[in-house]
Design a protein around this ligand. Structure first.
Ligand code: MEV
Length: 314
């Protein structure tokens, strides 16, 4: 009986969350925390970790299975994730990508670009067509990814949804130390993206904030290459303030960022917000992590630029 195993990393968005949905650039990095998925054919119905697969509990897995395993027999799907869920660290993308990679491997069709496209299609379906392909492409490619509105050096692939087209690029990331602080308050990407969508639709002011976030990301891309940590920290603080204006920060994330800044170049929320996580750029991770913990966050000192998705047959 056919089967496959796949592993995909979590991610952090360094700059550009939310604005990327509207065509502004973003830069995201894979983490060393990973999600493993194993799929075997067999059983009486599709099961996830022993329980029948349901749209409510297994939205991302179900949409990947329905997209790729049309007319195939029942599957026994096992998941094991070190990426905390609803934390802004790409747990849904890692699950979609690892599931997609397993299915493509079983179909003899596994490849990075195909996996990124199919996993995004599954996410669009699970999240009701709201987001960008930033998370799924970063988790697929690994290392660091720049999302932009046109093709540039390091081009990987482009992905469109409706009128919008995103161009994904590989970028080299210098070794930077980040401390992630998980607020342990659940952030729901599709809700936060929908909330920003309503704001952007209603006011020119919100559209201006989105453009300002885009400008910060473009400046940050240069600063990252030049390892200008002081200036990068300032950009992180500015990005956090703009995301707060968009309504996606929380009092706890603000407190954690403020505390982390005492030991960091800068700090901002990462991912969709509404809970989830913040990141701080620092050369002194230990006191920074302690400051985050004092505010009730769970700190993780991370290595950036983890490998992308991998898949093998059982
Ligand atoms: C979530 O990790 C990133 C957002 O920009 C949504 C998206 O790009 O799909 C908030």
């Amino acid at each position: 009986m056919a089967g496959a195993r796949a592993s995909a990393p979590g991610k952090v968005i360094l700059f550009g969350e939310h604005a990327v949905v509207y065509g502004e650039p973003a830069i995201a990095v894979a983490l060393s925390l990973r999600t493993e998925v194993t799929i075997r054919e067999g059983g009486d119905q599709h099961r996830v970790n022993g329980a029948p697969m349901t749209p409510y509990h297994h939205a991302f897995i179900k949409d990947a299975v329905e997209g790729l395993w049309k007319g195939g027999g029942p599957l026994d799907i096992r998941t094991d994730s070190r990426v905390p869920s609803a934390s802004g660290l790409g747990s849904s993308a890692a699950l979609s990508v690892a599931t997609t990679a397993c299915l493509l491997q079983m179909l003899g069709q596994f490849g990075e670009e195909r996996c990124a496209r199919e996993a995004y299609a599954a996410e669009v379906s699970a999240q009701k067509a709201r987001g960008s392909p930033t998370d799924t492409s970063t988790v697929t490619h690994g290392r660091a990814v720049l999302v932009d509105r046109e093709k540039g050096p390091g081009f990987l692939w482009d992905i469109a949804r409706g009128e919008r087209r995103w161009f994904l690029h590989h970028v080299e990331m210098p070794p930077l130390t980040l401390v992630i602080g998980n607020s342990m308050q659940r952030g729901r990407t599709s809700e936060e993206v929908a909330k920003v969508g309503r704001f952007v639709k209603k006011t020119g002011f919100a559209r201006e904030v989105i453009r300002d976030l885009g400008k910060i990301t473009r400046e940050a891309v240069e600063l990252i290459q030049d390892r200008e940590k002081l200036a990068l920290g300032v950009k992180m603080d500015e990005a956090h303030d703009l995301l707060t204006i968009l309504g996606v920060s929380t009092p706890k994330l603000n407190d954690m960022c403020a505390a982390a800044r005492e030991h960091a170049y800068g700090a901002k929320l990462t991912g969709s917000g509404g809970g989830g996580s913040m990141i701080a750029l620092t050369d002194t991770p230990e006191p920074c992590a302690k400051a985050i913990a004092k505010k009730g966050g769970v700190p993780i000192v991370v290595q950036l630029g983890g490998a992308g998705v991998s898949a093998s047959s059982l």
